[in-house]
Design a binder for this molecule. Sequence first.
Ligand code: PEP
Ligand code: MG
Length: 372
Amino acid sequence: SEGVVTAVARALEQADGARRLEVRANADTPGDAARARRFGAQGIGLCRTEHMFLGERRKLVEEMILARDDFTRERALAALLPLQRQDFIGILEAMDGLPVTIRLLDPPLHEFLPDRTELAVRIATAEARGDLPDPHDAELLGAVSRMHEENPMLGLRGVRLGLVVPGLVAMQVRAIAEAVVERTRAGGSPKAEIMVPLVGAVEELRIERDEVQRVLAEVSAETGVPITCPVGTMIELPRAALTAARIAEQAEFFSFGTNDLTQTTWGFSRDDVEAEFFSAYLDKGVFSTSPFETLDREGVGRLVQIAVAEGRATRPDLKIGVCGEHGGDPDSIHFFHGEGLDYVSCSPFRVPVARLEAGRAALSGTPSSDTR
Ligand code: PEP
Ligand code: MG
């Protein structure tokens, strides 16, 4: 097996010498970042910050989102700030010298808020026992009911959350900026990038980006440390792809979120691919592989082409990547290479496969304009 290891190492070396696509990883913890780096990742293309708010911190997020007064919200944000700062310090350290694209909070609300039914049952059970229900439960139920959405995946997520929860963006950006300052003072080379999710209109991005720039400048002035931090956006809604020329006015980079883009282009729920009709579609040959696994070139692929052309018409040096599941899919990687993307970002374990495939795409001589 020494021979196999050597052969793989040689193939990877050849691929790295040939490929034009950069390969980054999706990682949210210092451990994953370090692992990705060992697999040859050239940075983090997607750090999903919502994963950092689970566990014990979930209570604070709940408090922040449901707060009816500034004091409660600000207290929750103040408690979250040092925790977030530590998260980012660890990740920037593990990826020192390489780009780390940190995405602002993008949870569908139902993943964070307590379950309405559970609360109602708890209250009813207490009442049935003749006890007074916990007043906190009653208050929570009211708040959760006010925020209830029938379709949370199409609801208060991504940039929308940033625009309506006061202080949320400022807290996350301050944590990132302070982590950059701390790593810089420690002699490191932090290369953080800030990414805004679920943008559909340039106005959303403009408002959020102004806030991001304001906080970056504030922290830089306070500390005397210059902070360079590109701000970009996910392209994961058809409207974003179609208006990419305008969106590029406010974005230093694009990253295709092909999971949401597939969901919103086909109108298929990404959380229900086990649905019966889905396998029937495969059987009947409507498609031969799931569009969530292999990039659908006629639909999502067309939107990618449009967004690349429009975005670069506005900003020729626009950096463009992909961080959806397709970033680690061999067939899709050939497509992204052909469309002139700069990088793909995938799970750490897929990094070697992506390196090989990006090398094969370059060696197969796929011209940049060809979609293969
Ligand atoms: C996507 O939508 O493709 C994406 C990368 O973001 P998430 O999967 O976190 O929605
Ligand atoms: Mg998404």
